[in-house]
Design a binder for this molecule. Sequence first.
Ligand SMILES: [Zn+2]
Length: 190
Amino acid sequence: MALLGECRSGAGRGFDPVVMLTFGTGIGGAAVRGGVLLRGVGGEHPELGHLPADPGGPRCYCGASGCFESLASGTALTAAARIVGLTDGAELLTRAREGEDTARRIRADALAATASATWTILHTLLPERIVLGGGMMDEHFEVFAEAVRGAVERATLVPPRRITVAPAELGWRAGVVGAAGAAMAAAGRD
Ligand SMILES: [Zn+2]
């Protein structure tokens, strides 16, 4: 619903396909093509947070190891932060931005996971725009966007100049706008 909102009147407007990644407690992901949300078997949405990012990475609750979200979500960063005596992922990201070595090292793993997941997304979905949202992006969009752009630049088989990354524009309102749009479309009033 957040991505539908962004496509209707936010960072995804005028682009197609659009992929959105939301960094929060977990990592949510969705893709829209031709104005329609991509769904799979049984109407399920893709689980982009569980793209493999590091085969030797931490065990994920889904049963696999090194999933994107087990390295780059707020929960993952908070777990890593506590091991080194910090309060949570937010403090860790702030310290990394200030140049603190340990925090930068942990953030680097999250950024590498983001680049790795982006690589898979680029080659499977060929999005024209990648939208980054979720609480973590309020203050740290630019550093995560750099990781995404780095993957775009290394991907020689996709048209790099046409793929852009942008911060979500609607925040918490995106889901409401998307749901309203979907309801209007369902009622034939779009
Ligand atoms: Zn997983």
